[in-house]
Write a protein that binds this ligand. Structure first.
Ligand code: AMP
Length: 282
């Protein structure tokens, strides 16, 4: 696995990868990450390998997508372990950009995606999706993959990036990958490392609340009642700052008062200092 840190070395390395196509496959898949990798990230790499002959991953803790009072400084950084996992998973090249190279002095561009990025996590974390869209646009343009893989764990992010790629006319397929969960149902997340063992035990209330709400809605319980019960479950487990528990349209992410078409249940709340998000199909 090639490890690239220098932007100047990236383009020749990508050009060399592109020359190594495999018949019947797209040439190159991109898996953008912030590191502190786990089996969820590895599922993206595996899907990349299934679709493309070459898989490129990036590791970059993007300061633009963290708010002033968020966890940028304490976000877990485990580069040696990450590189070993990517190598083991069959990644061909990993790019570790520096903030100086992505955002050199004078950098003044900001990408805002109206509408879809203003809902839910966008409302709870002002500027977050601007930071995501801006860095993902840069990563996509720097590597020009045939397909870029994003987890459904960050369901709104996936929708925002689909909008970005469509609006900019980038010739890149955006593919979503199903959420990888721990045995008890908690979605894997780099931020789960923040949880104490007591909090980790209680965190399972998040997927449990969503599953129970899905079952209730499917069985005909009014949506408002099912969402209220999910909030109660979260509060009883010690979650605070419940930013949202919502039934949304799977494509537009607009809230749904009744079940219709393809829908998703999504929630975000804090357990201690750790903000957790999750979502499931209904
Ligand atoms: P992050 O490093 O948290 O920015 O995540 C990088 C990519 O991995 C994003 O596309 C995430 O949606 C995806 N991802 C993170 N956790 C999971 C998970 N548990 N299952 C599937 N994909 C995930």
């Amino acid at each position: 696995m090639q490890i690239i840190r220098d932007l100047a070395a990236l383009h020749p390395a990508i050009a060399a990868l592109r020359a190594k196509g495999r018949a019947g496959h797209e040439q190159m898949a991109l898996v953008p990450t912030m590191g502190a990798l786990h089996a969820g990230h590895m599922a993206l790499v595996a899907e990349g390998r299934r679709r493309a002959s070459q898989v490129v991953a990036t590791i970059f803790v993007n300061p633009l997508q963290f708010g002033a009072n968020e966890d940028l400084d304490r976000y877990p950084r485990r580069e040696a372990e990450d590189l070993a996992m990517l190598d083991e998973a069959g990644c061909d090249l990993v790019w570790l950009p520096t903030a100086d190279q992505l955002y050199p002095p004078g950098f003044a561009t900001n990408i805002t995606i109206a509408g879809i990025s203003e809902l839910w996590d966008g409302a709870a974390r002002p500027g977050h999706f601007d930071g995501v869209a801006t860095v993902v646009a840069k990563l996509l343009i720097a590597t020009l993959p045939d397909v870029a893989l994003f987890g459904e764990k960050d369901y709104q992010q996936l929708a925002v990036i689909r909008r970005l790629v469509a609006d900019l006319g980038l010739p890149i397929e955006v593919a979503g990958v199903a959420i990888v969960r721990d045995a008890d149902g908690l979605a894997l997340s780099s931020r789960n490392m923040y949880l104490s063992s007591d909090e980790r035990g209680r965190a399972v209330a998040l997927p449990q609340a969503l599953n129970a709400a899905r079952d209730a809605i499917r069985a005909g319980t009014p949506v408002e009642d099912a969402l209220g019960a999910a909030r109660d479950t979260l509060a009883a487990a010690g979650f605070t700052d419940i930013d949202y528990v919502a039934l949304v349209d799977a494509a537009s992410l607009e809230p749904l008062a009744t079940l219709s078409g393809e829908a998703r249940l999504a929630a975000a709340a804090k357990l201690g200092k750790t903000r957790l998000i999750d979502n499931i199909a209904v």
